[in-house]
Design a protein around this ligand. Structure first.
Ligand code: ACO
Length: 311
């Protein structure tokens, strides 16, 4: 019977159709999706921290309101994504346990500190810009709940990218000190953003199967290149230098050439040894523990409601 189910599954994938939660799917497909969607959810939740640190220090009421909205959006993205992963039969508790025990991955980029206000702008422009580049193709992912969640996430991410770029444009019209802050933030974040797309295709163990299953639509290296090509003209408008002496237009390829990425540093960060890994995880664990009373109260309320309905 499994052969017939597998044949049907393959036909849906080949026809670019959608797989839904109640459809039969191979174990490997389910596992890959749980891995990727839960990592993605964790990234959204941990991603609230570097910018959340600046809410109380935003330079104006307007910037504060924008930043609060943005950080709240990231929390919402995490919640849709946990829900999407739950449709595959993994509970939120299991996913959170894995995160809190340090067994789960989340995006490397959130293990670097936010040292000045310009970092908040640069996270919007470059980090959220890279996230959109990676997430637009996921709107066409073969797993229905993930693809649908991505549509709203991408709309909100594009607001995040715009607000960051606009904040930087304003700073770049300011004092020499403000301009230097922007350049410093760009220098620290540029290479880390290029690494967000994951290892080079040749060293990416999950890529071939992910592409075959229609989960990944564009490869790590191709997305990285698209991001660089789109970002260089934006940097010119802004008036900042991207910190790569090898960055140069290649007319033959029709793309920008770029210098080597430090993959040793990337893997060290992914494996828990980045500058902020310990602090980020500790903050999450503490928030979860301090939120225990809310979960307990919600459960008690739900139980009471149910009892009332049964009467
Ligand atoms: N940070 C941390 N880990 C990473 C990163 C990164 N930037 N890039 C790759 N990895 C991990 C992969 O998760 C994988 O580990 P695993 O096998 O233990 O799960 C390993 O490195 C090898 O990478 P790949 O084989 O290339 O893995 P994959 O095919 O899953 O591609 C990618 C990685 C592109 C990140 C993919 O998982 C993806 O598109 N995820 C959804 C998007 C996402 O998570 N975005 C979060 C950051 S953006 C934001 O939240 C604002």
């Amino acid at each position: 019977e499994n052969t017939a189910l597998q044949t049907h599954f393959d036909a849906v994938i080949d026809a670019d159709g959608k797989i839904e939660p109640r459809d039969w799917m191979p174990d490997g497909y389910r596992k890959t999706l749980v891995r990727q969607i839960s990592q993605h959810a964790h990234s959204e939740i941990v991603g609230m921290l570097p910018e959340g640190n600046w809410i109380s220090r935003a330079p104006s009421l307007k910037r504060k309101a924008i930043l609060i909205a943005k950080v709240q959006d990231e929390g919402g993205h995490g919640l849709y994504l946990y829900s999407a992963a739950e449709t595959l039969g993994t509970s939120r508790d299991q996913m959170l346990d894995a995160l809190h025990a340090g067994r789960a991955k989340y995006s490397s980029i959130f293990n670097y500190p936010t040292l000045n206000w310009a970092d908040v702008g640069v996270i919007g422009w470059l980090v959220d810009g890279a996230a959109i580049m990676n997430q637009i193709p996921l709107c066409r992912c073969s797993y229905g709940p993930y693809a649908r969640a991505m549509i709203r996430v991408c709309k909100e991410e594009s607001f995040h990218q715009r607000q960051g770029y606009e904040a930087l444009l304003v700073m770049m019209q300011g004092t020499a000190e403000q301009k230097a802050m922007v350049q410093d933030a760009v220098n620290r974040y540029w290479w880390k953003c290029l690494a967000m797309f994951g290892p080079p295709d040749a060293d990416s163990p999950n890529s071939v199967q992910g592409m075959r299953w229609g989960i990944k639509r564009i490869s790590n290296d191709d997305l990285r290149q698209k991001f660089i090509d789109a970002t260089v003209p934006q940097a010119e408008v802004l008036g900042v230098t991207l910190p790569d002496p090898d960055l140069k237009w290649n007319a033959e390829r029709g793309h920008y050439d770029y210098g080597p990425i430090d993959w040793d540093e990337f893997w060290a960060t992914v494996n828990g040894h980045g500058p902020m890994n310990k602090e980020r995880l500790a903050t999450r664990v503490k928030a979860h523990e301090q939120g225990a009373w809310v979960r307990e109260a919600a459960m008690a309320h739900a139980a009471k409601q149910q009892q009332r309905q049964q009467k």
